[in-house]
Design a protein around this ligand. Structure first.
Ligand code: CA
Length: 449
């Protein structure tokens, strides 16, 4: 047992003779860092020596939005502990820039080892593109969720056609400088990642150039909502529970959910520093198994009420349960005369969606994020072409580890056949074929390349 000193200190009861028999039985783990962790699932679970993690310790950052639910559940329902990761610390991050800075520092120096990311943050951090040139190689290990995001519009624009198909409102938006003395103003929370991509895709599909026809900038959510209340902000690319609050608090309406823009789209991901993963391959797989099991738990109808109770807590999302209950049932009031949406498959999903497995990190989705990066001319010097994009995907995406973990955990039937999900379809008829991303770029009319 000399290889696992922390385990023996941490009240892991090792049954006599079990090691010789090739298995170690964990009974009633009592994780020291987890709060209110029942660890019920952690009893009487065997971890074979070849799967025993090198360390039980990992510090993961998260942002208090629905994307983080599987990480919270893995902690609170004892799934991390079940797989031997008894000292996982979930660290709430103030914003995406803090998460980036903390992973650059690393947990040993007071930061984090990894956590929840918008895309392609792990790729950009790996290349030193958003870290002042400091390369911190990271691995994308799993997708955390799909859906749960949308585009909100402030109340004064009701009745102007700002809906999923924006083409009828294009003149209204473009005439802002003439009529209002300023451009139509839209916000996201961090540049060049998911929320920026969703609102850009939506504007461009409606004939609005997000770089020329409007002002689009990164603004913290609370400031954005204040701006929407006082009329200085027109649109907001946002995530649950904001879509509920935008309509419930009569701030405005929802033009579109991302599940309408691109159903079952890739959303946020689990990624960890490559140095940690390379040093701790068994612990990495233990984390993956725990997250996978948490994702399965999150998607079961009978667990959604408890899920809301747990994530709503002050130490996690710190929001009233009532604002999380509707999205977790796929219920969205859209406002502005749009019919309500009431379909669980349109809300946040964690393990299975209409196209297969949610957790598996398809390389074809990483490639879309980097293709869209090319489309908008972001980081042109560092990511000049599709060959570079593909090279970065191959270095950062570790779908192979996900496969191994799923195999070891027995989730065999959920393992996708290919690292590509195939051709993706958007609401406006555009298709992204990962075998031919250039064709996608060629077809798009509004672009910076
Ligand atoms: Ca998001």
């Amino acid at each position: 047992m000399s290889n696992f000193p922390r385990f023996s200190r941490r009240k892991f009861l090792i049954t006599a003779g079990a090691t010789a028999a090739g298995s170690i039985l964990l009974k009633g783990c009592n994780p020291p860092t987890a709060t209110n962790q029942p660890a019920v699932e952690a009893t009487n679970f065997e971890i074979s020596p070849e799967q025993m993690p090198e360390t039980p310790r990992l510090k993961l950052g998260y942002i208090p939005i629905v994307e983080a639910a599987a990480l919270v559940i893995a902690q609170e329902k004892g799934f991390f502990a079940k797989y031997g990761m008894t000292e996982v610390e979930l660290s709430k991050q103030a914003n995406w820039a803090s998460a980036r800075d903390n992973v650059t520092i690393g947990a040993d120096a007071g930061g984090i080892d990894g956590g929840q990311w918008q895309m392609p943050m792990p790729h950009l951090i790996s290349e030193g593109i958003i870290t002042n040139g400091q390369r911190v190689p990271m691995y994308v290990l799993a997708q955390l969720n799909t859906h749960g995001n949308g585009i909100a519009i402030t109340g004064i624009h009701q009745g102007q056609g700002l809906a999923l198909d924006l083409s009828n409102a294009a003149d209204y938006i473009k005439s802002f400088p003439a009529n209002e003395g300023r451009k139509f103003k839209a916000a996201h929370t961090f540049p060049n990642v998911n929320q920026d991509f969703w609102i850009r895709y939506w504007f461009a599909a409606g004939g609005i150039d997000p770089d020329r026809d409007i002002d689009l900038l990164a603004v913290p959510p609370a400031e954005t909502v204040q701006g929407m209340r006082n009329g200085s902000m027109d649109a907001f690319s946002t995530g649950d529970p904001w879509p509920y609050r935008i309509v419930a608090e009569e701030i405005g309406h929802m033009a579109a959910l991302t599940s309408e823009v691109w159903q079952f789209h890739p959303e946020e991901y689990l990624a960890i520093r490559a140095d940690w993963v390379d040093s701790n391959p068994r612990a990495t797989k233990a984390i993956l198994k725990a997250v996978m099991e948490a994702q399965q738990w999150c998607d079961r109808d009978e667990n959604r009420e408890e899920l809301v109770k747990i994530v709503a807590r002050r130490n996690y999302f710190n929001v009233p349960e009532v604002v999380l209950q509707p999205p977790y049932k796929g219920q969205y009031k859209m406002g502005d005369g749009k019919p309500e949406i009431n379909d669980k498959m349109m809300g946040p999903l964690y393990w299975t969606d209409g196209l297969g497995n949610v957790s598996y990190p398809y390389k074809s989705h990483d490639l879309w994020f980097l293709t869209e990066t090319l489309r908008w001319g972001f980081h042109r010097d560092q990511i000049p072409d599709l060959d570079t994009a593909q090279r970065i995907v191959d270095e950062v995406n570790r779908e192979d580890l996900w496969r191994e973990a799923a195999q070891e955990a027995g989730f065999v039937s959920d393992i996708p056949e290919s690292p590509s999900r195939g051709v993706e379809r958007f609401f406006d008829g555009v298709e992204f074929d990962p075998e031919n991303p250039q064709a996608y770029l060629n077809r798009l009319e509004i672009k910076r390349i």
